[in-house]
Ligand binder design. Structure first.
Ligand code: 5GP
Length: 145
């Protein structure tokens, strides 16, 4: 079955254009990374390529090449900042694959052996909870430089 084409009215395209706010963790020419508003664990970050694609399936391989090392760099900072024991990296494709926002993105979710993953697109976190976590991740990224 053919997927619909990329539609730039999606929420992440709006965030990339600065039309709606986000809690930014990292930005360069290739990606914007920000806190997930419905985190599956404390410290859940989304890494969004600036090159538009609906998901992995229609992405430009050059955009994927730029994405991978940035996901790695941010993942290391998230793990260090949160004192996580591990990380789950998630990427959903199409509604049947669990995708809800149709602009490619990679989830970085810190993990601890005793902490269950919360529901995908579940409960909205309060900014006062997310901001101090974001600040720790930004500090860890600065230290990694
Ligand atoms: P997907 O199901 O497409 O892989 O994941 C979309 C993710 O985006 C979900 O984890 C959801 O919590 C998050 N999300 C949805 N809307 C917003 C938003 O407006 N801002 C942010 N920061 N995250 C969002």
């Amino acid at each position: 079955m053919e997927s619909p084409p990329y539609d730039d009215s999606n929420i992440f395209a709006k965030i990339l254009r600065g039309e709606i706010p986000c809690l930014k963790v990292f930005e360069d020419d290739h990606v914007l990374a920000f806190m997930d508003v419905m985190p599956q664990a404390d410290g859940h970050v989304l890494v969004v390529p600036k090159t538009p694609s609906r998901n992995l399936l229609d992405a430009d391989p050059a955009a994927l090449s730029a994405l991978a090392p940035r996901v790695q760099k941010i993942a290391r900072a998230v793990k260090a900042a949160l004192g996580a024991e591990g990380l789950t990296i998630l990427q959903y494709n199409e509604p049947a694959g669990g995708q809800t926002v149709f602009h490619l993105h990679v989830h970085i979710v810190p993990r601890w052996s005793h902490v269950e993953l919360r529901k995908h697109s579940g409960e909205m976190a309060k900014p006062e909870t997310l901001v101090p976590i974001r600040d720790k991740i930004v500090a860890a990224l600065a230290e990694a430089k």
